[in-house]
Design a protein. Structure first.
Length: 458
């Protein structure tokens, strides 16, 4: 398909190549973000938009069985190009030193589906409330040490279980015990070593929503920053080194604690790697508890101020790894999605909503595959790969119009646009041509040309 596209574009572009190329304006007024963009191996500026894909219910022989090829086919059909795939250490290494070959094969089968539908995949080492020792998934029971401290389940508020003494102590041991450090690094070497060469793999999320142990009298924001500084930073450096021993190419995603969702800047330090992505989550405690969005509270603005400090300081791109409230039908949720999408576009290179499944709750779509209330606002046209320097990029939901202006690179690579459906028309001004096919579009421009792309509903 790519060869056909290139041939088609080349034929159309022949006449365009004969035209002179104007110099780009040195005094371009469009401001550039101080947060770097995510890029691919060709140097194109990337935007990732998609969803988490998971199977938390099944394990062992049935692990990952709830994930099907249709997840990736349906996501791509609605314009999404990215999946954050949840994988579990307790499934990969159910007994210490014994890695499940069948689990790795199941992951590879899912990656094959993603590649078939041109979806990039982030492998997320997921944990909820540490792992199965506390009735959840993640870190194996053999790697769980509690020093006999108490744990009381609270199914009505599972997140509160993170603050149980046994769970907090388990995190401390994971961060501090030399043998557990080695085991975690070895797990990542096994996982990345097996999957690094798969075309669908884009990166590795080193641990989902890490937490830690609070000290007596310590306030939660102070504890979060200390845990991020003293425990997460060295852990991420260790794990990045482990991955680099088997994979030099894919991105490493690092998360702060979930406390960042309350507008608390992270205490993470520098991760000494050339391909690091800052990957916070975007949740609000009140909304997770069932409350409606309150635009006057300023939560999104506070979150944006907090979450942009780290990437500006350390010069790394941002991809939000999870976001989306449980109850999307409340009166202000339409406004929430408009505000959230605008905010995410200002500072991030993309996001993965929670979660692509077919039903109720957090699911993006219902049993028929139709968007659930207000979730359709996540599906917009966007430039998924720009071969050149982006000057401006914006979407007006009221007018249903996306505009992109860029200076084409000196190398003749394709710029790709993702469309929510085939009901969109793409035009380009400047020395460039457009080919549309199956709900997607590609632009090929004369190297160095200033190109203005417009996407509107047909």
């Amino acid at each position: 398909m790519r060869r056909t596209l290139v041939a088609s574009l080349a034929a159309t572009l022949t006449a365009v190549l004969l035209l002179p190329v104007p110099a780009a304006h040195a005094d371009d007024a469009t401001a550039r973000s101080t947060i770097p963009a995510l890029t691919d191996e060709r140097g194109r500026t990337l935007t990732l938009r998609g969803w988490n894909v998971e199977d938390k219910a099944n394990r062992g022989d049935a692990a990952l069985s709830a994930i099907e090829e249709k997840h990736f086919r349906d996501m791509r059909a609605k314009g999404f190009n990215f999946a954050r795939l949840l994988v579990f250490w307790d499934d990969l290494e159910p007994r210490r030193g014994h890695y499940s070959r069948s689990y790795l094969r199941k992951i590879e089968r899912i990656l094959d589906w993603a590649e078939r539908h041109d979806v990039r995949v982030l492998l997320d080492a997921h944990q909820d409330v540490f792992g199965p020792a506390f009735g959840h998934r993640g870190i194996p029971e053999w790697a769980t040490r509690t020093d006999g401290l108490p744990f009381e389940p609270n199914p009505e508020d599972w997140f509160s279980e993170y603050f149980q003494p046994a769970v907090q102590r388990a995190f401390t041991h994971l961060y501090e015990d030399a043998d557990l450090r080695r085991a975690q690094a070895r797990m990542w070497r096994v996982l990345a070593g097996r999957l690094a060469g798969h075309p669908a793999v884009f990166g590795y999320d080193l641990i989902n929503e890490p937490m830690g142990e609070l000290r007596p009298g310590e306030q939660l924001p102070d504890a979060a920053r200390r845990i991020e500084r003293e425990h997460l930073t060295p852990m991420y450096n260790r794990l990045a080194d482990a991955i680099r021993s088997v994979d030099d190419d894919n991105w490493v995603f690092v998360e702060p604690t979930p406390i960042v969702g309350e507008g608390v800047p992270t205490g993470l330090g520098r991760i000494d790697d050339e391909k690091v992505v800052y990957a916070p989550h975007f949740y609000n405690t009140a909304m997770e508890g069932g409350a409606d969005y309150d635009p006057s509270a300023g939560w999104i603005e506070a979150y944006e101020r907090a979450v942009t400090q780290y990437p500006k300081q350390y010069g790394v791109p941002v991809v939000v790894g999870e976001w989306g409230p449980l109850n999307n039908s409340l009166p202000n949720m339409n406004r929430f999605y408009r505000d959230a999408m605008s905010s995410l576009a200002r500072y991030s290179s993309g996001w993965a909503g929670y979660v692509w499944c077919y039903g109720g709750g957090y699911c993006a779509v219902d049993e028929s595959g139709a968007f659930r209330t207000n979730k359709e606002r996540t599906a917009e046209p966007y430039a998924e790969a720009v071969a050149g320097t982006v000057r401006s990029s914006s979407y007006d939901p009221a007018k249903g119009t996306y505009r992109l202006t860029y200076d084409a690179s000196r190398r003749p690579h394709l710029t790709g646009l993702a469309l929510p459906s085939a009901d969109w028309r793409v035009t380009a001004r400047g020395r460039a041509v457009v080919v549309e096919r199956e709900g997607r579009a590609w632009v090929w421009a004369v190297p160095g040309a200033r190109v203005a792309v417009t996407v509107v509903r047909r």
